[in-house]
Design a protein around this ligand. Structure first.
Ligand SMILES: [Zn+2]
Length: 182
């Protein structure tokens, strides 16, 4: 048998549903057998990574569609170009398209020429959701950095999203913040 997992997208308050292209996962098992019972860790990680990529891309796309006008005067901002931005999440890295816009004409004067606005970078300054950093700090305080990193990679789809050096740097940053607070 094959279990085919697909995603559908519906706008808030609307009954219209759109199919997301392609299946998120196809899980194959031999008929009448319990030899491979349930999802494996690898299948679970892969499924979570795909759901996360889909959700993050759609949320970013929708949020960006509300950033095309300057909030003070309502004028449309002209598009300069687009960059790829990598966002770190607890279920892996997600690459999204992030447009750069020209600042509004009403903001320009002799002293301030027109400049480039990068809405996504401004909104997500550290390009990460809080959970990967929380888990990294939590487990690196219980285990050696290398083991904490390996454990998180084993259960979460974080192949390239977490590293020994990243974990050590994160703990050092938190240590400095705690020292500063004290
Ligand atoms: Zn304006």
């Amino acid at each position: 048998m094959r279990l085919i997992i697909e995603a559908r997208l519906a706008d808030e308050g609307s009954d219209t549903v759109h199919d997301v292209d392609g299946a998120l996962a196809v899980i194959e098992r031999r008929d009448c057998s319990l030899a491979d019972l349930g999802l494996t860790l690898a299948e679970g990680r892969s499924l979570l990574a795909k759901v996360q990529a889909e959700l993050v891309s759609k949320q970013v796309e929708e949020w960006l569609s509300g950033q095309t006008h300057f909030r003070c005067c309502g004028a449309a901002l002209s598009h300069k170009d687009s960059r790829s931005t990598v966002l770190r999440t607890v279920y892996g890295k997600v690459t999204v398209k992030s447009p750069r816009l020209w600042s509004c004409a009403c903001q320009r004067n002799a002293r301030t020429p027109r400049c480039v606005v990068h809405p996504l970078s401004k909104a997500l300054t550290n390009r990460a959701t809080p959970e990967p950093e929380y888990l990294q700090a939590k487990w690196a305080s219980h285990l050696p950095y290398r083991q904490a990193t390996a454990m998180l990679k084993e259960v979460l789809p974080l192949d390239k999203g977490i590293s020994f050096n990243g974990t050590r740097d994160r703990i050092r940053t938190i240590g400095k913040q705690l020292d500063a607070d004290i």
